[in-house]
Design a protein around this ligand. Sequence first.
Ligand code: ADP
Ligand code: MG
Length: 472
Amino acid sequence: MRDKITFENLHISEEIVSSIKNIGWKNPTDIQIESIPHILRGSDLLAQAKTGSGKTAAFGIPAIQNTVTSDGLQTLILTPTRELASQVSEELNVIKGEKKISIAAFYGGVSIDSQIKALEKGLEILVGTPGRVIDLLRRGNLKLENLNLLILDEADRMLDMGFFPDVTWIINKSNNDKQTLLFSATFPQEILNLSSEIMNNPEHVITSQYELEIPDISQKYSRIGKINKSWALSNILSDFNYEGQILVFCNTKRIVQVLEQRFSKVLDKRISSLQGDMTQNAREKVMKKFKSGDIDLVFSTDVAARGLHVDGVKLVVNYDLPNTVDSYVHRIGRTGRMGLKGRAWSLVSSDELGMISLLKNVHSLELTETEIPDNNGDNHQLFSKKKDWNEHSDLFGMISLGINVGTHDGLNHQKLFDWIKGLIKISDLAVGSITLNDDNSIIEIHKSKVDYIIGAMEKNKGLGKLLNVEIV
Ligand code: ADP
Ligand code: MG
């Protein structure tokens, strides 16, 4: 934040400055300093700034300032999730202070009747998800022919393949001469290309075209197989010691449900979850309690990845790695907001390593490989660590075992092969290549047989001595 620039310097009206002061904000953030003048001037704008940098107010303050009381719907803000629509509407309602304008969030999963009533009473700023906005347009209750301002929050998400048809449908129902603003922390190139289609000579406020800007978040990752991720998470949680709230992201609703149940049973913490199959009522309850600090730990799908601001979140765990770089950036961006420090920890199984190398090598993110901490604080282990041969095996499921005998001990391929076949019942196919060195050998064994063969090798003196067996 640049201390010298004040909200007054940005030509924000006295009314709004005084309500901002009431909230307790001292100075505008960088993105607010850079975007507000463009917006007040009436330019279209594409604005990129890192997660948690105050983008909501960057578009919210000028939107409110330019709104005329009792002049009908003037601003439409679209967001990808219901929770975010609700959060943006709440923040704008605080910023507007005493100004007599009506701002509301419209989304699915709740009764449409009260929304229709609100429209009839007169609404100046509408924050909504595309589905419900389309619904209201189709029914004829909502008209967008006199818009002054269209804002896409999380704009890259709103213009990606999932939302693009809906968003363009909505835009086509609105007048052409409105102002359009796009805000996000990430703008992939294909979305930048697309953005010119819905804007006129836009101004650009972009931190860096090539680098992803990440707030002050320490990013760790640990290599751990799928079957041991619960063990790893429980150790990370106990090591973290609940010094702040925790958000754990999973890739499917099912895993969210399973983990909520599993961890609720064993941890004496306030645990909840957030995913798209829950009723809207339940989702809202969880968000409210999470924001007020009444929940310690939330398991969530990507519904919570974009835009949500919960002051107390100090640790984000990726139980699964997300499928895109941008999703990673938004997920971890739920912590480390507004200049505070945050921590992120990703659990990475062997099939997810490609994403780690993309994040590190292509996008230069500072991810540090870290061992899962020991659970020495707790005297009872919640989950035990299981052998996970998948993590050691190659594409064909083979695992290399090293033994401390070789050609100097008089071994050759045939002798070694026969010895293995004599140890346990094992098909030829489950024995892979055999490499003989002077005083050690490496044998590939299929993962399905590894447990048995290691046990048998370590007990057998058929090669002249007791052996040390290790995974290579
Ligand atoms: P972003 O959209 O960039 O991820 P948000 O708009 O959600 O970030 O803002 C993050 C938090 O910062 C919110 O709690 C918001 O109320 C607060 N905030 C916004 N502007 C300021 C400011 N100028 N000074 C202090 N806090 C601010
Ligand atoms: Mg935001």
